[in-house]
Design a protein around this ligand. Structure first.
Ligand SMILES: NC(=O)c1ccc[n+]([C@@H]2O[C@H](COP(=O)([O-])OP(=O)(O)OC[C@H]3O[C@@H](n4cnc5c(N)ncnc54)[C@H](O)[C@@H]3O)[C@@H](O)[C@H]2O)c1
Length: 338
């Protein structure tokens, strides 16, 4: 059993990944400062998989304590989820984003070097691709993010690449997530955004539960099937599987790699709304609003490299994403406080 440190371990994607790691015989250790999550998720994880993962309250910026954690827990690999992630907020608070995400990564890498931990899996994002890249994006497409948040991810990738060139011991997996949605099918854990959701699915969920009156659809004049923006949604449990496959690949001694984790299937805003309505029986009132600055028509992965390298492909459908997200939302209208 290998000890895997999950920074940002009580966050949305990390918590779902922890479950799959436990199910596959790993020992995840969750580390978080709870800036955007709650320790109350841990007993829920235990209820789902019959094992309580260790939890450490720490800021990744505290390099000395982080090094100590890696040494005392005999960490084999780090999955680095911890980051601030709201695109709009990053425009308003760039310094906080660069500091937390970029300096935070440097702290993690310094701690890894001091504690002789050689494997890192990084949460990267589809936002790293340049507006000039043509969807579906291949991993070698040009990178140029258009927000401070996206820039932090471009920089984080670059830093790891540069260090791996000079440090032959360091091996990495860079995972570029597309649009993670859904929840564990138990309905015990899921995403609970603070404030007004930035992303479509949590917004739909909040309209369905009556916390918001209607959904604003930002633009219906894009050159897509129905004019609304198309995205590549991936069920968070498929994403969790992707992490475990990526980790296994690294731990086998394979070279470092960068892959997209997406389905390769475009789904428009209105298609997602209709699927949600069909699966849940809820009506989602919506209004068409002007295009939102910074949005693109289509964000779509070419998932071939992850398939070839890791044998990864998505298994859950858009209907599964909606059903699972709704079960979580309905049972926990106030997230982990309910
Ligand atoms: N959810 C998405 O749509 C999406 C898409 C692409 C990439 N990502 C990336 O995936 C990762 C996980 O995202 P998520 O959706 O689970 O977000 P999340 O906010 O639920 O999880 C991030 C976790 O990191 C913690 N954290 C942040 N700064 C920290 C610090 N300095 N020290 C310790 N803990 C800290 C937060 O408290 C939170 O629990 C992030 O790196 C994010 O940028 C997310």
């Amino acid at each position: 059993m290998q000890n895997i440190l999950l920074t940002g371990g009580t966050g949305y994607i990390a918590a779902h990944t922890a479950i799959t790691l436990i199910e596959q015989g790993h020992n995840p250790i969750l580390l978080d400062n709870f800036v955007n999550s709650s320790p109350k998720i841990v007993p829920r994880i235990a209820e789902i998989c019959g094992k309580t993962p260790s939890l450490i309250e720490l800021d990744i910026l505290d390099t000395q304590s982080l090094t100590q954690v890696m040494r005392t827990h005999n960490i084999h690999a780090v999955i680095h989820f911890a980051a601030l992630k709201a695109v709009g907020e990053s425009v308003a608070r760039p310094l906080a984003y660069y500091h937390n995400n970029v300096v935070g990564l440097l702290s993690v890498l310094n701690a890894m070097q001091a504690a002789k931990v050689a494997h890192i899996v990084l949460s990267s994002s589809a936002t790293v691709y340049s507006e000039d890249a043509k969807p579906p994006f291949v991993e070698d497409a040009p990178l140029a993010a258009n927000s401070p948040y996206g820039q932090t991810k471009v920089m984080m990738e670059r830093i790891i690449n540069d260090i791996a060139h000079t440090d032959p011991n360091l091996r990495f997996a860079m995972l570029r997530y597309f649009n993670p949605v859904g929840a564990h099918p138990s309905g015990l854990i899921g995403e609970h955004p603070n404030g007004i959701p930035n992303n479509l699915m949590p917004y739909i969920q909040q309209v369905a539960i009556g916390q918001r009156d209607y959904l604003s659809v930002w633009g219906n004049d894009y050159g897509t099937t129905d004019g609304t923006g198309e995205r590549d949604y991936i069920h968070v449990m498929d994403l969790a599987d992707g992490h475990v496959l990526a980790l296994a690949h690294l731990l086998k001694g394979e070279p470092s790699f960068t892959v997209n984790l997406g389905s390769g299937e475009p789904v428009s805003v209105l298609q997602l709304v209709r699927t949600f309505e069909m699966v849940t029986g809820q009506t989602i009132p919506y209004k068409i609003a002007p295009r939102r600055a910074g949005d693109v028509a289509v964000l779509l992965a070419n998932p071939q490299r992850a398939k070839d390298l890791l044998g990864f492909s998505t298994k859950r459908t858009t209907a599964d994403m909606c059903a699972d997200a709704w079960r979580w939302q309905k049972n926990n209208p106030n997230g982990f406080s309910s």
